[in-house]
Design a protein around this ligand. Structure first.
Ligand SMILES: Cc1cc2nc3c(=O)[nH]c(=O)nc-3n(C[C@H](O)[C@H](O)[C@H](O)COP(=O)(O)OP(=O)(O)OC[C@H]3O[C@@H](n4cnc5c(N)ncnc54)[C@H](O)[C@@H]3O)c2cc1C
Length: 259
């Protein structure tokens, strides 16, 4: 293992956070249990005083195909996975084209688009050195209880990469804000949309300092430049309070807040 200094105001997708010393885990290392594991920081809001952090190094950025079993290392970026699937004409990974992150973050979040979710195509995950069958992992909408550090995952693959599906899903991005964000701030409550609720309580487009509930998509908390952690938290708390007051619905964060 080695220490890497990472400036989260540049590395994280929402462009907020301090420069912190992150422990980089290499193959064969004992993985610490007193550090918070991050991936590509596309779903994180990091405070000025975050917990101790760690990250899987490039040692875990691997893709191996034997017969119809694809084994992918947890620090493999989604873009690399889609390129591989395309090159080898494999189906099932097209929706990765829309999702920024690394495989480990995708697994922990059960990331997905529309009806496509990573758990639908997953066979098993190597967690803390043990292979665990997907049926043994509790998971749901944007949530999976991995119970440890995922280092690799296996997928049973079949042929037939669909460029049109990848393009269709990627095109959904065009309707989303292009400014720095961490994707959807809240999960959609059952049978509703967090964006609709935020708009209904009049917060769409509201700014505090450099942070804003996007005028384009109300559930995206965007950074217009120099936005801070505290401003983001204020907007999140305001949305929760107003939606609870007016609709009696408790919004739950999809983004992970590291305080
Ligand atoms: C513009 C934009 C659009 C987005 N659109 C979508 C979307 O449509 N659908 C969607 O689902 N998401 C979306 N996201 C969110 C993001 O793409 C996903 O949550 C992605 O899976 C995050 O991956 P990451 O590597 O960046 O994880 P991080 O943000 O670094 O971490 C997320 C969580 O995963 C955990 N984690 C990371 N690696 C591991 C590991 N190896 N083992 C165990 N736990 C781990 C972390 O502890 C953390 O709790 C979007 C984000 C952005 C910025």
């Amino acid at each position: 293992m080695f220490i890497k200094s990472i400036d989260f105001s540049k590395y994280s997708s929402i462009k907020i956070g301090p420069t912190a010393e992150v422990m980089m885990i290499e193959r064969g290392d004992n993985i610490p249990t007193d550090r918070y594991l991050i991936g590509g920081a596309n779903n994180l809001l990091i405070s000025p005083t975050p917990p101790l952090l760690m990250m899987l190094s490039k040692d875990f950025s691997t893709i191996e195909l034997y017969d119809n079993i694809l084994t992918i290392g947890a620090s493999t970026p989604t873009g690399k996975i889609v390129s591989y699937a395309k090159r080898h004409n494999l189906s099932g990974f097209e929706f990765f084209a829309k999702l920024p992150g690394m495989l480990g973050g995708m697994l922990a979040m059960n990331a997905g688009v529309k009806q496509y979710e990573i758990f639908n195509i997953l066979d098993s995950v190597e967690i803390d050195g043990e292979w665990v069958d997907v049926s043994q992992i509790e998971h749901g909408y944007r949530y999976a209880s991995l119970g440890g550090v995922a280092t690799r995952a296996r997928f049973v693959v079949s042929s037939g990469y669909s460029q049109s599906l990848a393009d269709e899903l990627k095109a959904l991005r065009a309707n989303q804000p292009q400014k720095p964000s961490a994707g959807s701030a809240f999960k959609n409550p059952p049978n509703d949309h967090a964006g609709r609720l935020i708009e209904a309580v009049g917060l769409k487009g509201l700014s505090i300092g450099g942070m804003q509930w996007s005028p384009m998509h109300a559930n995206f908390l965007v950074n217009n430049g120099n936005g801070t952690y505290n401003e983001a938290i204020e907007l999140i708390e305001l949305a929760k309070a107003k939606v609870s007051e007016e609709f009696d619905i408790i919004l739950k964060e999809e983004i992970r807040i590291l305080d």
